[in-house]
Design a protein around this ligand. Sequence first.
Ligand SMILES: C[S@@+](CC[C@H](N)C(=O)[O-])C[C@H]1O[C@@H](n2cnc3c(N)ncnc32)[C@H](O)[C@@H]1O
Length: 337
Amino acid sequence: MREAEQKTVQKSRMNLTLQRRRRITHSRILCRVRFENMNDQPRLPLRSDGTAADACRPPPALVSPRPFLRWAGGKTRLLQALNPHFPTTFNNYFEPFLGSGAVFFHLRDRAFGRYFLSDLNDEIANIWRVVQSHPGRLLREVDKYQGLDTEDEYYAVRERATPRSNIKRAARFLYLNQTAWNSLWRVNKQGVFNVPWGARPFRGIDADSLRAVTRVIHDASIENIDFRQALAKPRAGDFVYLDPPYLPVSDTSKFSGYTGKRFRLADLEDLADICKDMTQRGVTWTMSNRNTPVVRELFGTAKMTHFTTRRSVAAQNRRNVEPADSPEIIVTNRAPC
Ligand SMILES: C[S@@+](CC[C@H](N)C(=O)[O-])C[C@H]1O[C@@H](n2cnc3c(N)ncnc32)[C@H](O)[C@@H]1O
């Protein structure tokens, strides 16, 4: 009897162990299945700085990308006048005097190929590259300037050395761009920014608009180069929009330029030669400029359209701006449709 009892206990123990083993194996399988399924789950969208976007946050409303800088000579207000002089489609798009890129944002949908954006101003090239690769980190740096709206705070930022980090440098540039007098970027011969306070609050930058720009330029080539270097690349079927600095109206003009190097007559002559060469290569180009005898003479063989616009120019007291008539010219080698 005792022997029989012992056998029964042993059997039930064995059964228990077997059941336990089965349960463990089963839960391991379940666990693996669960983890495998997790891998199949759609992943959280990644921000461009590599961090995962917040799953609970609703997807951002569709915002169309637009200029994130106010730039002297920016073409936003002239887009309607310029539009008939742009081709409807083309292969690659080139803009070698980029600034705020107002025309780029207007034309980007018409390109089948890539965008080649460049400017000799290194602050411009830097901020475009930072917007392209580190929008999240830029937004965090820009936040640090919120509330610095007094004259003293402006001059404190202006006098501080330019940060070495490209992201911090882009944030400082954006702050100065929004708060400097007339949003002007002017440097002295040593390359030091010297524009007075503009008495305007710093608004920062809207996160969704910035991300919309990042999406559009993710694949663009953005370079800090002279137009001569940039314009060696376009091929037949490509389109180039040219918006060089206008030559000063007189030798005593106050605006000393966007970079330490002024744009002079010799530069415009080079540009005219390059345009002739591009025409021979089958590249379509359109240029904006001030309507002057020099421009008409240098680009004489191309199609020209004249019009007048109202521009903000420095007033006598240099603190204010006042509207003035500005004679403009659009020059293009584009064949009329
Ligand atoms: C009239 S602004 C362009 C404005 C632009 N279209 C916009 O809508 O904002 C001229 C630009 O040419 C750049 N620039 C000046 N000299 C240059 C050069 N030699 N090569 C390339 N870019 C130059 C300036 O830094 C400036 O951003």
